[in-house]
Ligand binder design. Structure first.
Ligand SMILES: Cc1ncc(COP(=O)(O)O)c(C=O)c1O
Length: 407
């Protein structure tokens, strides 16, 4: 047997920005006997899940479930809607925007990749300018990452929609909210998104293994003429069979039990409260970082993510050495710097199934780690977080953050 748990005692602190800690309720649900995926009970389970997903994604349209990681849902969004040689507009907000772009490249889609600084979100002014300049409407889709997990920056999806509309451009609008869904406000329908890409292992509190495409009518009609080759990822067969609660392949039965339970938990807490909890824990984290005298990677305060905080290391200090020290001494996993910021940042995930005390424990681990690793910092980050959570936090609990509607 592999030794998967080498910890002296207590639970491992999983503070990467996904996969996140899976609630015991969800683990227990997954632990039930696998049933016939063509039987009556399974059909009822699927229909209940699909209704729950429409609630979570805030859409009246179909939400397609794939037994894959988020990368599969990225590919599905592209192959269902585009043809070889189609042009799309994308923005270099960080590592995950870059990975999605690479998939588009490999599929033979021509990407106009607007360079970015990995410290800020998509600029709606740039979206409008690029689309307004495309008088021939060669651009078939605008693709953005809602919550850039690599940088801790959130882009303003409604403002980007408004920019597309101001340009009067017919491009499809596709949004990756793999690390946003279930943690921060997201509305596929009201925000006019055509394809939403999401994954199970973050705010949805499930293990990795399921991914999603929410699909608008406009995207469905684009799929009827799209010519990129697809078979397994094709929406039409899945949507047709989903109508009665079944799938054209053997679905991931036990993961679907977990999904049903996770949706119930999100419903019980209520999405407004879920979002307010994330906002509050993120604010406490940022206060800790500032008190340590360290710098956030996110450079625009209104864009800092409520899901993950990326912290820059002081010059000459290695983020991976710090993470190693924290893992060894305190049994906590923090997110590594990815792509262009590898070694220069560490990321504190504060999403999914967590509360004030879980976060405080994580911040204690970071503060102690900074000390033992010899990283120059001031003490008092944990104190700053505690002060916020025990005082100002009350106000934040009562008032969920308003929906982002402007740049
Ligand atoms: C924003 C974002 N998009 C896409 C992905 C890719 O998903 P997966 O690793 O599940 O394939 C991730 C993974 O962390 C992500 O954070």
């Amino acid at each position: 047997m592999f030794k998967l748990d080498d910890h002296p005692s207590g639970r491992h602190f999983l503070h990467i920005p996904g996969p996140t800690s899976v609630p015991d309720r969800v683990l227990r649900a997954i632990d039930r006997p696998t049933i016939d995926h063509r039987g009556p009970e399974f059909g009822r389970l699927t229909l209940a899940i699909l209704e729950g997903l429409r609630w979570l994604f805030r859409t009246e349209g179909p939400v397609v479930i794939y037994p894959s990681s988020g990368t599969g849902a990225w590919e599905a969004a592209l192959v269902n809607t585009l043809s070889p040689g189609d042009h799309v507009l994308m923005f270099e907000t960080g590592h995950f925007a870059t990975l999605w772009r690479k998939i588009a490249d490999k599929l033979g889609v021509v990407v106009d990749f607007v360079p970015g600084d990995w410290r800020s979100g998509v600029d709606p002014v740039l979206v409008e300018a690029r689309l307004a300049a495309d008088r021939a409407h060669a651009i078939k889709a605008v693709l953005v990452v809602h919550n850039e997990t690599s940088t801790g920056v959130t882009s303003n999806v409604p403002a980007i929609r408004q920019a597309i509309d101001r340009a009067g451009h017919p491009a499809l609008f596709m949004v990756d909210t793999v690390s946003g869904i279930g943690s921060i406000d997201y509305r596929h329908g009201a925000w006019g998104v055509d394809v939403t890409v999401a994954g199970s292992q973050k705010g949805m509190m499930l293990p990795p293994g399921l991914s999603f495409n929410a699909v608008s009518d406009k995207a469905l009609s684009a799929s009827r003429s799209a010519r990129l080759p697809r078979s397994y990822w094709a929406w039409d067969d899945i949507i047709a069979m989903n109508a009665k609660g079944y799938f054209p392949y053997t679905p991931a039965t036990n993961m679907l039990y977990g999904l049903h339970e996770a949706l119930a938990m999100l419903r019980e807490e209520g999405l407004d409260k879920v979002f307010a909890r994330h906002d509050r824990l993120a604010e406490a984290t940022r206060r800790a970082v500032r008190a340590w005298g360290l710098e956030l990677l996110c450079r625009i305060p209104g864009q800092c993510s409520s899901v993950v905080t990326a912290v820059q290391m002081p010059e000459g200090h290695d983020a991976d050495a710090l993470r190693r020290e924290i893992l060894t001494r305190y049994d906590m996993s923090l997110g590594m710097g990815l792509g262009k910021v590898a070694g220069r940042v560490f990321r504190i995930g504060h999403l999914g199934y967590l509360n004030d005390l879980t976060l405080c424990g994580a911040l204690c681990g970071v503060e102690m780690g900074l000390g033992v690793a010899g990283v120059p910092h001031r003490r008092g980050g944990v104190d700053a977080a505690l002060a916020y959570l025990s005082g100002a936090g009350e106000a934040a609990r009562a008032e969920p953050k308003p929906t982002l509607t402007t740049a």
